[in-house]
Design a protein around this ligand. Structure first.
Ligand SMILES: *Cc1c(COP(=O)(O)O)cnc(C)c1O
Length: 426
């Protein structure tokens, strides 16, 4: 089989690699997967159909991918101390869709963390399947503290009586009280789902409280702090009987593991991406290593230093700091640059962040008053505490000179030279 090499696409991939190498990556949901993680993805495994689960497939020739998927499952279970895992969800959103399909009926009530306070689209937003198929209500943070008030969550849960309570967020920098949430869920007879897409790597290595101890079901992405390929998974510490009594056609009450497996396939997906599952296995193996432990420790230290530096420079960090790898900054506290203008100015200096709503934002989601930054990616590049201070100083310099293109160009050149000190893919 000979094919003309697609130079157009490979040139663009080269260009993207150059962009990643020369800039400062602060998007909290991004990271740099290792060479071997990427290598596993670019293999013949992409050719294989394997609908079903290891040992129970709808296609022949699955002996090898069965071994690979079983290793991915075993490593995921070891990493999180889970009794059960499904590594097939194509993404975090797919993992959440599979869980909701498994435990809910259309029209059921769900309770999630407000998107505008840091939650995720898949936790009940009106533009997402979760808000269209189910009836959502939301809890948020307190204006004064920027933190969740669990008495308030309790109150909403008692009033709404949701069947599913979702915790976890895309822009919340504080520890979660999973134990309290489980008490609330038990009170109203709800299933408790933790979506740990962002801090999964820190949770895996014990640097944050363990959601699996208290939450019935846990979903995550594999590409954020976990530093694997783009993908998702679902886990449980312990399997349990579906409490809502949904029975099979033969009248058997199904175990949650079997409902969740069906929620993934055939519920919401077709064939699993075995090349990505192989890369997940590689990433989980890496995440079990001493090197990764050092990495997540540094991610957390770096975030704390970065948050402090922002505050020292006069920026309001929501909740006054961070317990994990990320933070949300309310720009109304200094200069009142909008999130969109900040994002646009920073990209001119090759510093990538994302604009983000802050709790009680006065601007729209397209403009916003805040930015979200995280340390997962720059820590992978080898940056330590002193570099965090310099990064904040660079951001401040950009924001204070956002309309001075000459100055922004000068900062960009400095950034590009500096990043040579932190080689990405040697
Ligand atoms: C990133 C994220 C997701 C979605 O992950 P995708 O892989 O982009 O679908 C879901 N939930 C939370 C909390 C996230 O942060």
């Amino acid at each position: 089989m000979t094919m003309l090499r697609d130079q157009i696409i490979f040139d663009l991939i080269q260009k993207e690699q150059h962009r990643q190498e020369t800039g400062i990556e602060l998007i909290a949901s991004e990271n740099f997967a290792s060479k071997q993680v990427m290598e596993a993805m670019g293999t013949v495994l992409t050719n294989k159909y394997a609908e079903g689960l290891p040992g129970k497939r709808y296609y022949g020739g699955c002996e090898v991918v069965d071994e690979i998927e079983n290793i991915a499952i075993d490593r995921a279970k070891e990493l999180f101390g889970a009794e059960w895992a499904n590594v097939q969800p194509h993404s975090g959103a797919q993992a959440n869709a599979a869980v909701m399909l498994a435990v809910l009926n259309a029209g059921d009530k769900i309770l999630g963390f407000d998107l505008s306070h840091g939650g995720h689209l898949t936790h009940g937003s009106s533009v997402n399947f979760s808000g269209k198929l189910y009836q959502p209500s939301f809890y948020g943070v307190e204006k004064e503290t920027g933190m969740i008030n669990y008495d308030h969550v309790d109150e909403i849960a008692r009033k709404e009586k949701p069947k599913l309570i979702i915790c976890g967020a895309s822009a919340y920098s504080r520890e979660w009280d999973y134990e309290r949430l489980r008490t609330i869920a038990d009170e109203v007879g709800a299933i408790l789902l933790a979506d740990i897409s962002h801090p999964a790597g820190l949770i895996a290595r014990g640097l944050l409280d363990d959601p699996l101890e208290h939450c019935h079901i846990v979903t995550t992405t594999t590409h954020k702090t976990l530093r694997g390929p783009r993908g998702g998974m679902i886990m449980m510490r312990e399997d349990f009987e579906n409490p809502f009594g949904i029975k099979t056609p033969k009248g058997v009450v199904r175990k949650m593991s079997s409902l969740l497996d069906s929620g993934v396939f055939p519920g919401t997906q077709g064939g699993p991406l075995e090349h990505v599952i192989a890369a997940k296995a590689v990433a989980f193996g890496e995440a079990l290593s001493d090197d990764y432990m050092k990495y997540v420790l540094q991610v957390k230290k770096n975030a704390a230093v970065m948050a402090q530096r922002f505050m020292d420079k006069g920026y309001h960090v929501i909740s006054g700091g961070t317990d994990n790898h990320m933070m949300l900054i309310d720009l109304r506290s200094k200069g009142d640059v909008s999130g969109r203008d900040a994002e646009d100015a920073l990209i001119k200096a090759d510093i990538t962040i994302n604009k983000n709503m802050v709790p009680f934002d006065s601007r729209s989601p397209f403009i916003t008053s805040g930015i979200r930054v995280g340390t997962a990616a720059i820590t992978t590049r080898g940056m330590m505490e002193p570099e965090m201070e310099k990064v904040v100083d660079l951001i401040d310099d950009v924001l204070m000179n956002k309309d001075n293109d000459n100055k922004l160009l000068e900062i960009k050149e400095g950034v590009n030279t500096w990043m040579n000190n932190f080689p990405l893919y040697k």
